[in-house]
Design a protein around this ligand. Structure first.
Ligand SMILES: *[C@@H]1O[C@H](CO)[C@@H](O)[C@H](O)[C@H]1NC(C)=O
Ligand SMILES: *[C@@H]1O[C@H](CO)[C@@H](O)[C@H](O)[C@H]1NC(C)=O
Length: 374
């Protein structure tokens, strides 16, 4: 219902102030104050594209609402580009109010460089440490073990380590974020030649293999309660009644006829139904920072809710009684019930934030799944 009104405003109301106010309000629906800066973007991480395609269909509508625990997934590239196996991620774009559910370090393991026929090792112990502030550990560079696992020496591909604790502490105190250090040891505990177990770095390897931090959070935004938009309904009825006498009685596919597709051949309002409403991000000017989708069908609800209300109009008992009172004209000024969304679906957006990180966010109540008389 909200996107319908806003798109309607954007397309039909000319003054610039109104347009910018509407765009601002639409940004708020998407949880932002300003549109992210567009830098001429990199390729989004494959992991984020795959995640998006798992969670959402082509239109961005959530396929499985229980797949993600929270409603936000953020990816960050390493900022350090160190020669050592050290990484640092800038988390300044994460809102303080976001609840960190899980944080993962994704490292791409490369093929071993040396001929392994000479090597006795089949597995190595890979440990990820959080670097601690030396002033708090009496001068020595302290580190805290976050995650440790055996990794086959011959393997190649992504290795994922859970580092939730460290990210939670960095969120509490930004200054404590000194980064992560990865140590590889043999099963006997001795340090391993870095030619044997190598991870791709942001400095020397292709962008698609860059070290990455993936953060699963919840921003705490809950769906607004379904409200009965009685004013909108009443004014809509008033407008359509006032234009009724001018309707050409033809099935001509002209623009004006099409925009009146809620009216049947005899000039009566069609019963309450769900009709398409495409929200086009390119038209709104957002295609620069939104990766996917290009737009989505929000649908809208249109039509009459007059007596008798069939079950296909999914009336509430209250709506049924109201339609009867309206039909019998028992009490003056009682309108017919409203044709409104009675089931709403969430959509997903994959976008670049201000710092060129790719973010996946889920927004509740964005698509009318069905309409009913309420
Ligand atoms: C993190 O990024 C923000 C915005 O890009 C920047 O202002 C800040 O200085 C960065 N912090 C560090 C520690 O690099
Ligand atoms: C630092 O040193 C002080 C005194 O030398 C000692 O009491 C304290 O426990 C030390 N802290 C740590 C974290 O080692």
């Amino acid at each position: 219902c909200k996107p319908f009104m806003l798109t309607y405003m954007l397309l039909h109301i000319e003054p610039e102030e109104v347009r910018s106010a509407a765009i601002k309000r639409l940004l708020e629906v998407f949880g932002m104050e300003d549109p992210p800066a567009v830098h001429g973007h990199k390729q989004p991480p494959q992991y984020m594209l795959d995640l998006y395609n798992t969670v959402a269909d082509v239109d961005g509508v959530t396929k499985d609402p229980y797949l993600l625990e929270g409603n936000t997934v953020r990816s960050f590239f390493d900022k350090l580009h160190s020669e050592q196996v050290e990484f640092r991620f800038n988390l300044s774009t994460v809102a303080r109010t976001e609840k960190v559910l899980t944080a993962e370090l994704h490292l791409f393991k490369l093929r071993p460089q040396v001929t392994l026929t000479s090597s006795r090792h089949h597995f190595c112990q890979v440990s990820v440490y959080q670097l601690l502030d030396s002033s708090r550990t009496n001068g020595t560079q302290g580190k805290k073990l976050l995650s440790s696992r055996l990794v086959p020496v011959h393997s190649t591909g992504w290795e994922v380590f859970t580092i939730t604790q460290a990210v939670r502490s960095w969120m509490q105190d930004e200054g404590s974020n000194l980064g992560l250090h990865v140590v590889v040891r043999t099963l006997g505990g001795s340090q391993v030649d870095l030619k044997l177990i190598r991870f791709a770095s942001g400095r020397h390897h292709h962008q698609s293999k860059q070290p990455m931090l993936v953060l699963f959070t919840d921003d705490g935004r809950r769906s607004a309660k379904l409200q009965s938009p009685s004013k909108i309904c009443v004014s809509f009825i008033a407008i359509s009644t006032s234009i009724l006498p001018q309707i050409p009685m033809s099935a001509s596919p002209s623009r004006s006829a099409r925009s009146l597709d809620h009216i049947d051949e005899e000039g009566r309002l069609k019963p309450c139904q769900r009709l398409p409403l495409y929200v086009d991000f390119e038209e709104i000017g957002w295609s620069g920072w939104i990766v996917s989708p290009r737009g989505y069908n929000a649908y809208h609800c249109k039509g009459s809710c007059s007596f008798p209300l069939g079950q296909n109009m999914r009336p509430t008992n209250h709506a049924t009684v109201q339609s009867i009172i309206n039909a019998l004209k028992l009490i003056r000024g009682i309108q017919t019930p409203c044709c409104v969304p009675d089931k709403l679906f969430s959509i997903n957006l994959l976008y670049f934030d201000d710092d060129e990180n790719v973010v996946l966010k889920q927004y509740n109540d964005m698509v009318a799944g069905s309409c009913g008389c309420h």
